[in-house]
Design a protein around this ligand. Structure first.
Ligand SMILES: Nc1ncnc2c1ncn2[C@@H]1O[C@H](COP(=O)(O)OP(=O)(O)OP(=O)(O)O)[C@@H](O)[C@H]1O
Length: 802
């Protein structure tokens, strides 16, 4: 389909000029541009002469990318959209209100200025994305890519020779044909020994095979799939400057945090691989070259505009969450085509991806990589879709595409099916799970993808220790507080709901604990900030939903606490896997109330275990004081909440009344003169003031309680050298517990070693009624006969009455 170019409005230039005007009030750059645009009152041109007139149909119109994928209305209903560069516009007034546009050639100076404006327009567009509340600094890095890197246009495609590498530096990687620059990075990052999954999966990946890798949490799966990809990219010709790179790999992750983490892990290896030695020559010359490898990330919650720009420049490896990638695909056929021709497709934490509610997006994205791209039949007859279909069907998916699926938990059934390439359950068998559905949609090029299953017994890592605290539901806060004080360290607390987090955070803040929330309803910027705070404080406590359960690689998480048990064994494995990573010791605690027992039993059963973790020893002497603190903190929280809620409700009522021009009935407010049970408290009324005034008093009391030392039984704070336990030596040696005097300083995982696993509580079997004797049976029958007769008689009487 063609467009009539002579009648085309010069949209981009008009917009540029209009935006420049708007911007003039905002930015310094804008002032310059506005000056240019204000130089003639009858023109919106951004540059002055030369003014050589041009014919519209001789101009270099450029097609604007909009998606033509079925079901995506990326062009907003337009069939085609084109734009112009390097052309100015002049409007000629005919004096009767009609205006004619003229195209004028620009000089290079004008081009430079226009580019300046374009750049500034982009900045403005980013400002406009304030809804996403993101700063550029918060964006994931685009490994080494700089605008100046893209300026040279005269380089040729060349395959750089692989530098030699002394295998003696990395004996355990000998024989693995990863690129020598990657080996260099492994030395620099101190990854001198491959983990088991890396040992098994990397050579197969380098061999061009498909891999399904299942290995325990924290076992280095990210590098297991990344090293073959990075080696492949490094062995490709160095991309020419100014040319959009073909996308080599697409890595799909279930959560934003995980995608950013994978991006960081890859960027770290790339940076170490390409770091210049001191004796490397031509540093100046190298600076101007495009980056050797570029990694891009697209995730929800961060500036879509900037992410789009990264994609427009092109990158080698794209790490994405399905939701945001889908959004970008809607407006970009080139991106869709590059995904179609991708060399590597990675599904990280495959099973979780199914649960995140992005299954449809994931399915469509995965569908693009299939050899036979299938157009939905409904759209076949639509001329627009018929035309658009060519974009994708003309691009062939690669026959040598490799698919990597990695997770710490992948059902044995599914693995078996993959091995046999029998991915559909045969007829009459149970319904396929969503994951099986997805795997079926993965168009493995390999006749038999290599399934590497290194998952440990019971799904849990060997260096993990577990314990349990059994208590009533109402005491869970108390025991959590006890544990966090008793075992200082970086602790990750999992709750079952966002509401649970919203309740716990203010409570523990009152108790002056360094707690941070993490859940899906927080802004992405806040999520990343809280993660950073958690990473940087060795005693921080992150209270999270399962959004933090998968893949997050936070160094040195000492404890994972299941404040609420998860519903599935996989979730338990992934949550617990945030500690005890990379062979480090770790500890997981279950806080179990009687209401949780059934869930615990089911969980342990799915994990193939017949015993629950042993009880964590509790030093009861500390509990009364902690209980007092918790009670006071709750009271403060409750009062503050009430005051806040009342003032919120009152302002809502007042605003609504004002909007409707109504007077509020005084009986709606409770104070001394009116109904004390009225729904609202009058602002400034004694009742309200009393409530608010109470808060500082309660806070003062709590501060005093928090300042009091916590003493184990038998310890005297006043006379540390006497009492039934003497702790003065510990204090002098600085070996005493930091907050609980008299408590030991052993770590939780050391203490857990001594606890004996507990046999599972069996549900109480129903008391069986003793079997009736023959005589009893006879008597029962006789009684029932008599009852029947009496009922019959009564019914007959009722009928007569009617
Ligand atoms: N060969 C290695 N030697 C030492 N450390 C390594 C090696 N490979 C990876 N690591 C480190 O191990 C940690 C865990 O790696 P990674 O996050 O890839 O684990 P994972 O198996 O993907 O875990 P999960 O299943 O929880 O996502 C990372 O900090 C990583 O830097």
């Amino acid at each position: 389909m063609t467009t009539d170019k002579s009648s085309k409005p010069r949209l981009s230039d008009v917009l540029k000029a209009a935006k420049a005007k708007h911007r003039s009030s905002k930015t310094a750059k804008g002032k310059k541009a506005a000056k240019a645009s204000a130089s003639s009152s009858s023109t919106v041109d951004v540059t002055p002469a030369p003014r050589q007139r041009l014919k519209a149909n001789e101009l270099k119109w450029k097609t604007v990318n909009t998606s033509t994928l079925p079901g995506m209305d990326g062009g907003g209903g337009m069939m085609m959209l084109e734009e112009l560069d390097d052309v100015a516009i002049e409007w000629e007034d005919d004096g009767e209100g009609r205006r004619t546009a003229r195209f004028l050639a620009k000089d290079t100076k004008g081009k430079r200025k226009a580019e300046e404006i374009e750049e500034s327009d982009e900045e403005m567009a980013e400002d406009d994305e304030a809804a996403e509340a993101e700063d550029d600094e918060d964006l994931p890095t685009f490994a080494g890519l700089d605008a100046s890197d893209m300026d040279d246009e005269d380089d040729e495609d060349v395959v750089e020779p692989e530098p030699t590498f002394d295998d003696g530096l990395l004996p355990e990687w000998t024989g693995v044909s990863v690129h020598s620059l990657i080996k260099r990075a492994m030395v620099a990052l101190d990854f001198v020994r491959p983990t088991e999954i890396q040992q098994r999966a990397v050579p197969i990946g380098l061999d061009g095979r498909d891999v399904v890798g299942v290995a325990e949490t924290g076992s280095g799966k990210t590098l297991a799939y990344s090293l073959p990809i990075l080696s492949h990219v490094l062995r490709q010709p160095v991309p020419r400057a100014g040319v959009r790179r073909p996308l080599s790999a697409l890595v799909l992750c279930p959560t934003r945090e995980l995608a950013i983490q994978v991006n960081d892990a890859l960027s770290k290896v790339v940076a170490a691989a390409l770091a210049k030695d001191e004796d490397d020559e031509d540093e100046e010359g190298d600076k101007k070259k495009p980056p050797r490898i570029s990694v891009g990330t697209v995730v929800g919650g961060l500036s879509a505009h900037k992410q789009k720009r990264i994609l427009d420049r092109g990158c080698d490896i794209l790490v994405a969450t399905p939701g945001r990638l889908w959004d970008l695909l809607k407006t970009d056929d080139i991106l869709a085509a590059s995904i179609r021709t991708v060399r590597f497709l990675v599904i990280d934490e495959a099973d979780r991806m199914i649960e995140t509610g992005h299954f449809a997006e994931l399915e469509t994205i995965v569908g693009l990589t299939q050899r036979n791209y299938v157009q939905p039949t409904d759209d076949d007859e639509d001329p627009v879709f018929a035309a658009s279909a060519t974009t994708l069907t003309e691009t062939s998916a690669r026959e040598d595409m490799q698919t990597f699926v990695f997770s710490a938990t992948l059902s044995k059934d599914l693995q078996q099916n993959l091995k046999k390439r029998k991915r559909k359950p045969s007829k009459g068998k149970r319904k396929a799970s969503a994951l099986e559905d997805l795997v079926e949609k993965l168009d493995f090029r390999d006749a038999a993808p290599e399934v590497i299953d290194l998952s440990p017994e019971g799904g849990l890592v060997a260096t993990l220790r577990e314990s349990m605290i059994e208590c009533v539901q109402a005491d869970k806060d108390l025991y959590l507080y006890y544990f966090l004080l008793r075992y200082p360290g970086r602790s990750l607390v999992f709750t079952g709901s966002i509401d649970g987090i919203r309740r716990l955070i203010p409570l523990f803040e009152e108790l002056k604990m360094p707690v941070y929330p993490l859940h899906s309803q927080l802004q992405q910027k806040q999520r990343l900030k809280n993660l950073d705070r958690f990473k940087s404080n060795p005693n921080a406590v992150l209270i999270a939903t399962d959004v933090a359960a998968r893949g997050l690689d936070i160094p040195h998480v000492d404890h994972v606490i299941h404040f609420n048990l998860p519903r599935t064994a996989d979730a338990y494995v992934h949550r617990s896997g945030r500690t005890a990573r990379a062979q480090n010791p770790g500890f997981a605690l279950q806080i179990v109330s009687p209401e949780d027992r059934a869930v615990q039993r089911a969980l342990l059963k799915s994990l193939d275990r017949d015993a629950a973790p042993g009880d964590l020893e509790i030093e009861g002497g500390f509990l009364p004081k902690l209980k007092e603190r918790i009670a006071l903190a709750r009271q403060i929280e409750k009062t503050q909440h009430e005051v806040k809620k009342e003032s919120h409700d009152r302002s809502w009522l007042e605003e609504a009344a004002e909007a409707m021009d109504l007077d509020i009935d005084p009986s709606m407010f409770s104070d001394e003169e009116h109904d004390p049970d009225a729904p609202f408290t009058r602002k400034g009324s004694k009742k309200q003031t009393k409530k608010s005034a109470n808060v500082p008093k309660l806070k003062h009391q709590l501060a005093q309680l928090l300042a009091e030392p916590l003493l184990a039984r038998g310890i005297s704070a006043r006379y540390p050298t006497s009492g039934s336990r003497v702790i003065v030596d510990e204090v002098v040696r600085s070996a005493a517990h930091p907050t609980m005097l008299g408590a030991g300083t052993a770590k939780a995982f050391e203490v857990a070693d001594n606890a004996k696993p507990k046999a599972l509580h069996k549900p109480k079997s129903r008391v069986q009624a003793p079997r009736e004797t023959a005589q009893e049976k006879k008597d029962r029958k006789r009684k029932e006969k008599g009852k029947d007769k009496r009922r019959k008689f009564a019914e007959d009487e009722d009928e007569d009455d009617e």
